[in-house]
Design a protein around this ligand. Structure first.
Ligand SMILES: Cc1ncc(COP(=O)(O)O)c(C=O)c1O
Length: 427
């Protein structure tokens, strides 16, 4: 049995207190869309382990890829060496992303991929003899990770920048786009961004955004038109554009990458999470040849980054198998089916008092409440009803693995309806 008392006293969980931690549930195994708890209960997974497990758990193809790679080598350093899984995965990433993003830097996690993007942007301008261009412009309600650079471009309020004042770089922020998915972008919707670019382009290295869907900062879906305008502005003002597709990449929004909704291409792209199908931590930052060549031509003639586990063979082998599953399967049909199921199942929540919005895009369904949920009690309610859903703040949301069957999806949405109804009734 897992020693929960030891866990409670010694192990830090995400965004948790060590004095007064919320309860955690011991998982002994996971397969398909089910998490198996130690006490024998099964939970239908509505979270894909934070966007990552798109193919579900314990997938035979990914298991085989891991086993086969384990027989050869689980890790070798990437300095001075290379290997087939890294080359194969880079080739796949170059094939499924826009043509102009063809220089691949592998790293260990989403946050680090964002750090790398920021460093690339800063080094790029330094190499072009524009060293003043060091700052980043980001969006309110954005989330890009928990390391200092990634935090610096995440929402200053929810990211509690005030706690780290002086230690964290001060970046610039534009309001989150008000034009929603499906609506046009009016001049007003982007005017603050225009103003910031006009005033600060001389000191800006890049704009960084999560295209189409702002995830952990509020699960907001915005207009593709807004992204089209942003691309034009960045080009006009000579500022690089970074897309963080760490959450949205690999099919989640109904397109392989969310930027495809708008048909625009950034100068730098970050991917992670579902890259390995959720098997292990791996991320990548892709850059255009222009960015990579400028960095490589400036002082000191190289890019200043090289983590120990860069392009880990085990992780790249599983990632390659995971991307292969997407390339060979009809994930679009699955995501369309999930989108329909989420709409059908969550839409009734719109009628509940205390619910301010219901929105669905691809395999993401969100119920936004007026007030923050009581995490400890709502989590218990979900588990008691046999599903794994982890709300945050005022948001109850689902993003199940693409392999989920309608029966399980219906259970997820029915439980969300029930639990939200109880929550807003003040249980
Ligand atoms: C859009 C986005 N960027 C970056 C990150 C950070 O990734 P990681 O947690 O792997 O460091 C996340 C994680 O939730 C994310 O959603």
């Amino acid at each position: 049995m897992i020693d929960l008392d030891f866990d409670r006293r010694h192990i830090w969980h995400p965004y948790a207190s060590m004095k007064n931690p919320l309860p955690v549930f011991p998982v002994s195994a996971a397969s398909g869309v089910r998490l198996h708890l130690e006490d024998g209960r099964e939970l239908v997974d509505g979270m894909s382990s934070w966007w990552a497990a798109v193919h579900g758990y314990n997938h035979p193809v990914l298991n085989r890829a891991a086993r086969e790679q384990l027989r050869r080598m689980s890790h070798v350093m990437f300095g001075g060496l290379t290997h087939e899984p890294a080359v194969k995965l880079a080739r796949q990433l170059v094939a499924i992303t826009p043509d102009s993003l063809d220089r691949v830097f592998f790293s260990d996690s989403g946050s680090v991929a964002v750090e790398i993007a920021i460093k690339m942007a800063v080094q790029y301008w330094g190499a072009l003899s524009r060293p003043a261009k060091k700052r980043m412009l980001a969006l309110r309600c954005g989330y890009h990770g928990d390391t200092f650079g990634a935090m610096s471009v995440s929402d200053p309020l929810t990211g509690m920048h005030s706690l780290f004042r002086g230690a964290i770089q001060e970046q610039l922020f534009a309001p989150s786009p008000e034009c929603r998915y499906g609506e046009p972008c009016r001049d007003d919707d982007i005017s603050a961004m225009v103003r910031l670019l006009e005033e600060h382009h001389h000191e800006l290295a890049a704009v960084i955004v999560e295209p189409m869907v702002q995830g952990a900062g509020g699960m907001r879906f915005y207009s593709p038109d807004w992204l089209v305008r942003l691309r034009e502005l960045c080009t006009a003002f000579g500022v690089l554009l970074v897309f963080d597709e760490i959450a949205t990449g690999f099919g989640r929004t109904g397109k392989m990458f969310a930027m495809e909704h708008a048909g625009v291409v950034p100068d730098i792209l970050c991917v992670g999470k579902a890259l390995t199908g959720g098997y292990m931590s791996l991320a990548a930052t892709l850059a255009s040849p222009e960015v990579a060549d400028a960095i490589s031509s400036g002082e000191p003639g190289l890019f200043m980054h090289g983590p120990t586990f860069m392009a880990n063979p085990l992780a790249t082998a599983v990632a390659s198998a995971s991307v292969g599953l997407l390339q060979s399967g009809d994930w679009q049909a699955s995501v369309r089916r999930i989108e329909t199921g989420l709409r059908r199942g969550l839409e009734p929540c719109r009628g509940f008092e205390g619910v301010v919005d219901v929105r669905v895009l691809g395999a993401i369904g969100v119920v936004e409440l007026e007030r923050p949920v009581d995490m400890a009690s709502i989590q218990q309610e979900f588990v008691r009803r046999g599903v794994w859903v982890r709300p945050f703040g005022r948001l109850v949301y689902l993003m199940p693995p693409f392999i989920i069957e309608d029966r399980d999806l219906d259970l997820l949405t029915a439980v969300v309806r029930e639990v939200v109804a109880g929550e807003v009734a003040g249980r």
